[in-house]
Design a protein around this ligand. Structure first.
Ligand code: SAM
Length: 300
C-alpha cells in the first residue's frame, strides 16, 4: 500500500486540520446496504469504498467485491474486520459519543431511548418522537452542536464547505422522515446513532475474497479495463473532495462500467430538487440528503 498523493482531504485520514498520523475515522458504516443489495442484480463485479468494511462484507456473498480506500489506516482496519476482528470506535464514533453524553441534559433518559428503539409502528414512533424526544431543549442542543462554529473546532474546512445551512434542523427533518417510514426495532443504523452500537456480526466466508486496494477511487477506475464492473457504490466521497474531482470520478466510472451498470452515491448535501434517482428516504441510516441510484451511463 503506497501513498496515493492527491490533494484530497480524505487522504490525510483525519477530520481536523492538525498534522499527525491518519486514524480510523469510521468504526462502522452509516450507509444502509439494503439500498445496494436492492440496486445490484446478484453476481457481477462491484467497486465499493472500503471505509469500515460493512458494505463490502454485506455484498461479498453475492458479488465479486473490490474495496478501495484512499486512507491506508481505514483500509487496514477493513482488512482486519474481514479477518474477523471486532469493530472498534473510530473518530466518528467518539464524536457521536461526546454528543450523546449530553442526552440526559435534554431529557433523553436511557429508559426513554430504549422504549423508543423498541417501537415498530411508524405512527407510534412519530408520536413518541414528537411528544418525548423532539423537545425544544433537544432542538437547541442539536442546532448548537451542528452549528458551523461548533463543527469548526473538530473538522477541517473541506469537510464543512458542502454542508447545508442550518444543519441541525436539516438533520432533525431527516430523522423524522426516517421514523415516519422505517421500524425502529428492526433498524441497526438507528441503534448505531442513538446508543453507539457497533456492527459486530461475524464476517461472511466470502469476505476472504474481497480485494482491497489503497487508491483514490477515480485513479483506480481509470486504470481498469473498460466495461469491467457491474456496479459502483461510492459512499459520500464527493463530500469534501477537491474541485474537479466529481467530473474525473464520473468519467472514470463510465469508463469502467459495463452496459447497465448501476452507480450509488451518497451525500450530506440537500438534494437540488425532487429526483426519481434519490432514494435518501429509503436509507435506514436516515442521515443522507442524497442517495443517488442510477445507471452509470446516466451520470452527468
Ligand atoms: C467518504 S467516507 C464517509 C463514511 C461513510 N459515509 C460511512 O458511513 O462509512 C468513507 C471512506 O471514503 C474514503 N474515501 C474518501 N475519498 C475517497 C476517494 N477519492 N477514493 C477512495 N476512498 C475515498 C475515506 O478514506 C473513508 O474511509
Amino acid at each position: 500500500m503506497s501513498a496515493v498523493g492527491t490533494d484530497n482531504a480524505w487522504e490525510r485520514g483525519r477530520f481536523d486540520a492538525a498534522e499527525g498520523p491518519g486514524k480510523i475515522l469510521f468504526g462502522r458504516m452509516y450507509e444502509d446496504v439494503s439500498i445496494e443489495i436492492e440496486a445490484f442484480p446478484p453476481g457481477g463485479r462491484i467497486l465499493c469504498i472500503a471505509s469500515a468494511g460493512c458494505t463490502a462484507m454485506a455484498l461479498a456473498p453475492r458479488h465479486e467485491v473490490v474495496a478501495v480506500d484512499i486512507n491506508p489506516v481505514q483500509l487496514r482496519y477493513a482488512e482486519r474486520r474481514f479477518a474477523g476482528q471486532r469493530a472498534v470506535r473510530g473518530t466518528a464514533e467518539r464524536f457521536m459519543a461526546f454528543g450523546r453524553s449530553f442526552a440526559p441534559l435534554v431529557g433523553w433518559w436511557p429508559s426513554r431511548l430504549r422504549e423508543f428503539l423498541e417501537l415498530e409502528d411508524p405512527r407510534a414512533q412519530m408520536n413518541y418522537w414528537t411528544r418525548h424526544l423532539d423537545t425544544p431543549r433537544f432542538r437547541m442542543a442539536v442546532d448548537g452542536m451542528l452549528s458551523i462554529t461548533a463543527l469548526r473546532s473538530m473538522y477541517a474546512a473541506p469537510f464543512l464547505d458542502f454542508l447545508p445551512a442550518r444543519l441541525g434542523s436539516v438533520m432533525r427533518r431527516r430523522l423524522a422522515r426516517g421514523f415516519a417510514r422505517h421500524s425502529n426495532r428492526a433498524n441497526p443504523y438507528l441503534r448505531a446513532l442513538f446508543v453507539g452500537e457497533l456492527a459486530d456480526q461475524a464476517p461472511p466466508r466470502e469476505a476472504a475474497d474481497i480485494r482491497l486496494v489503497h487508491s483514490d477511487a477515480a485513479a483506480f477506475l481509470e486504470r481498469q479495463p473498460a466495461r469491467s464492473f457491474e456496479g459502483f457504490t461510492l459512499s459520500n466521497i464527493l463530500d469534501g473532495a477537491p474541485a474537479g474531482f466529481e467530473r474525473r470520478l464520473f468519467a472514470a466510472v463510465k469508463h469502467a462500467a459495463k452496459p447497465d451498470a448501476i452507480a450509488v452515491l451518497r451525500s450530506f448535501r440537500e438534494p437540488p430538487g425532487d429526483s426519481s434517482h434519490n432514494l435518501a428516504a429509503d436509507d435506514r441510516a436516515m442521515l443522507w440528503g442524497i442517495v443517488d441510484v442510477r445507471r452509470a451511463e446516466c451520470l452527468p
